[in-house]
Design a binder for this molecule. Structure first.
Ligand code: AP5
Length: 217
């Protein structure tokens, strides 16, 4: 197994979680999704979960200090074991700077930042049809990547659900939030020579092949 250390950038719905899952399967790297971590906190009803929920439902970013605390623990626990794929973090310049500090403390550094790109109409279609497994978290799409049996996960038999923030109005807010607060990270990482653009408007296998080429996998 290859030891990869990757940050995935890109707008909501472009396919970061899907590609992270494929990378995890191929390399054994830990898939660290701050969206999944926050949803888990919301489900458990923890203090950070209660704080995060209102921002997530509105399509806004959760305050930096809440997300950084959650992620720091995961990187310390798992970051050095077998590599990592960061999905949805960092999302602000403040988070990117803090991540650099955490990496320095832990003596790790990312190999590559992959910037997944697709036109907005493709993204809106993907988010509108997304379904996720309530058991194992696997991601499906009703048309693009359907399960064998409608509403049931192929892997664990769990029930599929539609995320609360995948409604039309919140999708629009999330896309604007991305442009305003996260898109500046593309230049931040490009200037450090770490960024590769990935054409992500193709099917999942084709996109993953391009990712593999960029990472020499
Ligand atoms: P998060 O869960 O990270 O959501 P997101 O960034 O909006 O990204 P998504 O999960 O919506 O999309 P994705 O790019 O992973 O696409 P996916 O692979 O699922 O965050 C949710 C919220 O939590 C945020 O809005 C914010 O409030 C908060 N949050 C999280 N992190 C934060 C942070 N760092 N700071 C502050 N707040 C934070 O694919 C989408 C669909 O397309 C699926 O149905 C899939 O099957 C399909 N698909 C994927 N790839 C392809 C393909 N190549 N071809 C066809 N279909 C495809």
């Amino acid at each position: 197994m290859e030891d990869v250390k990757v940050i995935l950038l890109g707008p909501p719905g472009v396919g970061k979680g899907t590609i992270a899952g494929m990378l995890e399967e191929q390399t054994g790297a830990a898939h660290m999704s701050t969206g999944d971590m926050l949803r888990e906190e919301v489900k458990k009803g923890t203090v950070p979960g209660k704080e995060a929920e209102k921002y997530m439902n509105a399509g806004d970013l959760v305050p930096d200090e809440v997300v950084i605390d959650i992620l720091r623990k995961r990187i310390k626990e798992e970051g050095k074991k077998c590599g990592f794929v960061l999905d949805g973090f960092p999302r602000t310049l403040g988070q990117a700077r803090e991540l650099k500090r955490i990496f320095d403390e832990e003596g790790v550094s990312p190999d590559r930042v992959l910037n997944l790109r697709a036109p907005e109409h493709v993204i809106v279609q993907r988010l509108g049809g997304r379904r996720q497994c309530s058991g194992c978290g696997r991601i499906y799409h009703v048309r693009n990547m359907p399960p064998a049996r409608e509403g049931i996960c192929d892997d664990c038999g769990g029930e599929l659900f539609r995320r609360a923030d995948d409604c039309d109005e919140t999708i629009r807010v999330r896309l604007r939030t991305y442009e305003r607060q996260t898109a500046p990270l593309v230049d931040f990482y490009r200037e450090q020579g770490l960024l590769s653009d990935i054409k992500a408007d193709t099917g999942p296998e084709e996109t993953f092949n391009e990712v593999r080429k960029r990472l020499d996998l």
